[in-house]
Design a protein around this ligand. Structure first.
Ligand SMILES: C[S@@+](CC[C@H](N)C(=O)[O-])C[C@H]1O[C@@H](n2cnc3c(N)ncnc32)[C@H](O)[C@@H]1O
Length: 375
């Protein structure tokens, strides 16, 4: 994001802990206003295992009450409360083991290093491969989003859930959308499909950097904004977005906190969609036999309890399971190097959906779940 665009986009932002508005200023201006120095609020000792606070940056987002400010790293507002800056000398313990921060902070180094590395050479990455079919088709043809599936659907083993999600959010033309969690592939696709503005919200600055590089490569960087934040404390004003998509990321969040936040920042009748893994009775057996899909990070597939906030906070909601019979066998094959194609998993999902509709209760064994909501 260009620095000169920051003041304009700041209108949509709010302090993640108080909801107050923010203003983009230079550190010098901010410190002149408070007559002091902005330093991290979070107590940190060199010998501790905790991640060191980011600290002050050349530009900051100062809060309406002038009590605190947030850093801006490489043009990305960092609106994670544990990174907040204060003029007070007294430091405070901010518990990074609080459920709303624990997973994000624990996995930050992992995702940041991948993200920064990808950003340096974006066109050589698998992330770029995901959006290149959409870059390759003409503007007119992009209007049929999300069809054809070969252009827009990339989650091979969760293709039906991703398709349902994209259908739910369509048409995207002229809309202000958000990708919640991840490296920006979906946000870039939405922009290519005609969304007027798209935001990537991730706790990982490396992913934000990757998203920007991807948007630049696709020629849509003008309309993409990235913010470092957790879903449990979304740093936006109420009723800001027309739609929010979370692909493979909702299961990393505390849904009891994240879902009311998502609903709050959606406009009336705004739409939410997520495609994630679901914990079926054979999940434990599958991971014991074949291991997790991503060994270095947490994976807590969705359960009925974790889906419950979607049913509770949206005025309309729908939960669709896919892949009861075929997803695990296909994933198991992939562990042995036999990757399935999109067309194969697509057809397998059609068979699954048909059989599951005939056998009562079988649908719940579908380990790929699509969660839809309308505010
Ligand atoms: C397994 S990755 C999924 C990546 C995704 N499929 C994509 O499109 O790039 C899990 C993602 O969850 C996101 N995440 C983890 N904790 C989060 C939180 N508290 N709030 C928002 N996003 C979070 C991270 O951005 C991370 O990339």
């Amino acid at each position: 994001m260009e620095f000169n665009k920051l003041p304009e986009i700041t209108k949509a932002l709010a302090c993640p802990s108080s909801g107050q508005s923010l203003q983009c200023v230079t550190l010098e201006e901010a410190e002149q206003e408070i007559g002091g120095q902005f330093t991290p609020l979070r107590e940190w000792r060199e010998e501790s295992e905790e991640k060191e606070p980011i600290g002050s940056t050349d530009r900051v987002l100062i809060r309406e009450d002038r009590q605190v400010a947030y850093p801006i790293v490489r043009g990305h507002p960092c609106l994670l409360f544990p990174e907040v800056l204060t003029e007070k000398e007294e430091k405070r313990h901010i518990n990074l083991e609080d459920p709303k921060y624990d997973e994000a902070y624990e996995e930050m180094s992992h995702y940041n290093s991948i993200g920064y590395e990808r950003a340096q050479n974006i066109e050589e990455t698998t992330i770029h491969d995901i959006v290149s079919p959409a870059i390759g088709v003409g503007k007119e043809k992009r209007k049929s989003f999300p069809a054809p599936k070969e252009v827009w659907i990339d989650a091979v083993y969760d293709c039906a859930a991703q398709w349902d999600s994209f259908q739910h959010l369509s048409p995207v033309e002229g809309k202000r959308l958000m990708q919640l969690g991840g490296s920006g592939t979906h946000a870039v696709k939405f922009l290519l499909a005609g969304a007027s503005e798209c935001w990537v919200v991730t706790p990982m600055l490396g992913e934000a950097e990757c998203a920007r590089a991807l948007a630049e490569s696709a020629g849509v960087e003008e309309d993409l904004h990235c913010v470092a934040a957790v879903a449990e404390e979304l740093p936006f004003r109420n009723e800001t977005f027309d739609g929010i998509y979370s692909g493979g990321s909702l299961h990393h969040m505390r849904t009891e906190q994240a879902v009311p936040e998502i609903v709050r920042i959606l406009r009336p009748e705004g739409k939410f969609a997520a495609a994630d893994p679901y914990r079926t009775p054979v999940y434990a057996l599958g991971t014991a036999l074949f291991g997790k899909r991503e060994p270095n990070v947490y994976c807590r597939p969705m359960t009925e309890d974790r889906i419950a906030p979607i049913r509770k906070y949206f005025s309309q909601s729908e939960v669709i399971h896919h892949g009861a019979l075929t997803r695990y066998p296909l994933l198991a094959l992939s562990k042995f190097g036999v990757e399935s194609s999109l067309s194969l998993t697509w057809r397998a999902n059609k068979v699954d959906d048909f059989v599951s509709s005939l056998v009562p209760g079988l649908e719940r064994w579908g380990s790929s779940v699509c969660m839809l909501g309308i505010k």
